[in-house]
Write a protein that binds this ligand. Sequence first.
Ligand code: GDP
Ligand code: MG
Length: 607
Amino acid sequence: SDVSNIRNFCIIAHIDHGKSTLADRLLEFTQTVSKRDMKAQLLDSMDLERERGITIKLNAARIMYTADDGETYQLNLIDTPGHVDFSYEVSRSLAACEGALLVVDASQGKLGTRVEAQTLANCYLALENNLEIIPVLNKIDLPAADPERIAEEVEATIGLDCTEPLLCSAKAGIGIKEILERVVKQVPPPPAPTGGPLRALIYDSFYDEYKGVVVYFRVMDGAVKKGDKVQFMASGAQHEVIEVGVRTPAEVVLPDGLSAGEVGYLVAGIKDVMDARVGDTITNARLPDGVQVKPLPGYAEANPMVFCGLYPVDASDYESLRDALGKLKLNDAALAYEPETSSAMGFGFRCGFLGLLHMDVVQERLEREYNLDLIVTAPSVVYKAVTTKGAEITVDSPVKLPDGDKRKSVSEPYVRLEILTPQEYTGTLMELCQNRRGELKDLKFLTPTRGSIIYDMPLAEVITDFFDQVKSRSKGYASMEYSLTGYRENDLVRLDIKINGEEAGPLASICHRDQAHQRGKQLTEKLKQLIPRQMFRVPIQACIGAKPVASSSISAMSKDVLAKCYGGDITRKKKLLQKQAKGKKRMKAMGKVSVPQEAFMAVLSLN
Ligand code: GDP
Ligand code: MG
């Protein structure tokens, strides 16, 4: 088959720089979708994504474009997620492309802040994958736009040739044709097929209620068609292909088959995304004698980094929660969960996520799409402990940490963190990192006004309110990016919380011994504010083992407050009751005390 008229490309951009708008414009320009049909931002298909302005799920669209040279090209636009939690998925979708448009907002912020850490990281990923990167300076319709200086910055920070920058307004539809022409000329066609058996890279898969798992892939070698029996190399699963398709945003096209260089999806009666995970290679189930297929490089298991407990507020919702998690899991190979029972919380699940955003998204989907009221306990990283007897234990919940006299050591995950910031905020950001047990690795200035700070830091310190702090200390101008580097042994302890004399397991957290006193003080104070008054005095203690390190207490509700509730004003009473009922939704009884949802998250925002 001839691949010379195929171009596979994606768009790399920092959030809000205009990726979705540009994608829409490209589709519209090539009349793949008529203007009337076009829902805003077609590529972001989930509601949640649109609301949060993030792209979670990858998708692809085929555009047919007749260029100035008279040839008609098949352009495959592959969408990539924009958040650090999903960087593995980004790397696989980049591996499916030969080129990338780098969209940079030409109007925003001060000089030195427009190319953010996440975007840079994706650019480097694209360069590692040998992609041709084409810078596009967007939003030139805005008076503040300064494309010349931004072109200089892109050259300085990424080393891309910006002598003939593409100027564009995705919103006003300016410069769109020039972008398509540049894609055709500058993005290389796929390499010529080797003639070997099928090798296709999965860059996305999701569960569809009617079709089962829909697998998005890029064919590298060979071809695949309806009726073929295929094998997924990492999982070993074999399935017969029921449907091969290509999406244009307006419709789905069912070609006879897809061959080397092309992008599309297949359906094969697969019930579980675990069978067809992102990064896996699809090949033929039956190969000619003596022929072996090497899987495509880069496959990696998705490892949950952050764990929390999910409990239904109403114990009778347990079964529904289990079913809902099962359904989400079909669609999300990175989500992990197992039943967890806590004397304080009842029956629930310990769940693992790629990061905090992933956790947030899952929680929100459970609540919105499955109508569940949940209590979520504070997220924790995965520690490793060695007992005095020499056994190695994985600690994905603070309560699993062996007591002080039963453990030999504890290690915690570390990340390499990079913060990009205007020069004037480097001091305050370094102070922040220092407070979070960070170890300075490098500090440099990419341009005279723009710094890069690199730290080694415990992951546990990053998953609290760290990112919010980075943003607020830099007035929103700094950006950050991190990746896991390994485990390190530290002097860590479990800080237990006792409410009214009873151990509150879900409020326990692990921290460095040096931080324990300070944290205990802050936490007991915060809990005092968050837990509503009861009819009796409630002592709150923070302890290491049996030893209290801090305490506070909530005084009993006074008679006066109660009297108000039973007063004569009927509407007022109704309102109060309604308010209480609403508040009750997110409460969990611990012993005799009702603890609200916010209390479980208190540990996240102490500093
Ligand atoms: P994404 O997060 O990168 O997908 O960015 P969006 O495409 O959602 O755009 C972010 C915001 O910038 C939206 O409010 C867009 O309307 C706006 N925007 C995108 N492109 C342009 C442009 O060329 N000019 C102007 N003025 N606004 C734009
Ligand atoms: Mg978007």
